[in-house]
Design a protein around this ligand. Structure first.
Ligand code: SF4
Ligand code: SF4
Length: 376
């Protein structure tokens, strides 16, 4: 874990050095942003999604209080300039996902140059793919203008291969939790998965993932596990979670469950799909990102399909569906997910709606304990 624990601080220094020689830094807010294009112009992509309560009070001086904490935290970091990665970003990429986020991008665009990708409302290929290819190409033009670097097809293909390699390794690593012994906790797995958002040296990161994979294999061979064989195996889905907003994940594991699978955007949802290396690169990139199973898409059948696959592969006993307060899309979708999964698998789904504060920790603990007791 030492390879990943402090990666964010280490990357910050490396980014400062890279900027001194003219490398551009691009702030991203969403899984829909195609990182391959950012890398292909020689820029460094960094994740700017706010996962911490601290800047929310400042954000609420401008944004309405009844907005999801992720949006408020992201905006709060920007206006207070307290996120080093926002400070280091030369420009930003946003997407028209949920209403709150897309309106927040209008405000962020007053602080730094911002390119807004317009998402289609559904991921159906016949209706949306050509349109989305156009958005990907508009982004390419923007990146080329901002950096003065033309994207060559060879470099783009190379980036597609590198990003696919990273995704395959991440899938291998999460796969070590698919059965007992479980060699890594959900909380540590979140740190590993989230660390990919602050990379200068992607190939070095791939080497670290390979080392971690070997280590997890060895731990499993020795029969060591972070939990007992009868610890309830939980899948966490819903809104994105990260360092600072991991309270639900932490409570599940403190109460004796083990989060063996995380479907949300810090987790499997963002690396499950690969870009087709044999297809025309812009179309292949557009195709892959369009399939992101986010609740902003309607219908969002891909999420149900992914959850079914994960429940079976990871031998899931219970699902926790986390909705950040005021996130209407995930909140409404929760009913569909719950009714579908309970009928198909007869496993319980606990829907939790909360924010980034610790004020409801006791209440969350009671509800999570009640879920976990069902398995004893
Ligand atoms: S949940 Fe949807 S809007 Fe949020 S980061 Fe993921 S893809 Fe983007
Ligand atoms: S958690 Fe929901 S409301 Fe918040 S940014 Fe993501 S999709 Fe939008």
């Amino acid at each position: 874990m030492s390879l990943f624990d402090r990666l964010s601080e280490k990357s910050q220094l490396e980014i400062e050095t890279a900027k001194e020689v003219g490398t551009k830094v691009v702030g991203l807010y969403c899984t829909f942003a195609p990182k391959e294009l950012v890398r292909a112009v020689g820029a460094i992509p960094v994740g700017l999604c706010g996962k911490d309560q601290t800047p929310i009070r400042d954000a609420e001086t401008i944004l309405p209080a009844n907005l999801c904490p992720l949006i408020k935290s992201s905006y709060g970091y920007a206006i207070t300039n307290t996120c080093p990665y926002f400070y280091l970003s030369d420009f930003l990429i946003g997407e028209t996902t949920c209403d709150g986020k897309k309106k927040m991008f209008e405000l962020l665009g007053q602080l730094k140059p911002l390119f807004l990708m317009h998402l289609p409302p559904c991921c159906d290929e016949n209706r949306s793919l050509n349109y989305w290819v156009g958005e990907v190409i508009r982004l390419k033009d923007f990146l080329e203008r901002q950096t003065g670097t033309k994207i060559g097809e060879e470099e783009l293909s190379r980036q597609i291969k590198i990003h696919n390699k990273k995704r395959v390794l991440l899938k291998e690593i999460v796969g070590y939790c698919a059965n007992y012994p479980v060699p890594i906790s959900g909380t540590d797995m979140m740190v590993v998965m989230e660390s990919r958002n602050f990379l200068v040296d992607i190939e070095g990161y791939i080497n670290n993932l390979q080392r971690l994979a070997r280590e997890l294999q060895a731990i499993k061979r020795e029969g060591r596990s972070v939990c007992s064989p009868d610890a309830p195996r939980i899948l966490l889905t819903g809104c994105p979670v990260g360092k600072g907003s991991e309270k639900v994940l932490r409570i599940i594991e403190e109460c004796g469950g083990v989060v063996v699978c995380q479907e949300h955007c810090t987790g499997i949802k963002s690396f499950n799909l690969l870009v087709d290396e044999d297809d025309a690169p812009y179309k292949a990139i557009a195709h892959r990102y369009l399939k992101t199973p986010c609740s902003c898409m309607t219908p969002n059948q891909g999420r149900i399909e992914l959850l079914c696959q994960l429940i079976e592969d990871f031998k899931i006993q219970g699902v926790v569906d986390l909705t950040w307060q005021c996130c209407h899309t995930y909140n409404v979708e929760s009913y569909l997910i719950k009714t579908f999964l309970e009928k198909r698998y007869q496993i319980p789904l606990l829907h939790l709606e909360t924010d980034y504060s610790e004020s409801d920790t006791g209440q969350l603990k009671t509800r999570i304990e009640a879920l976990l007791e069902m398995f004893h």
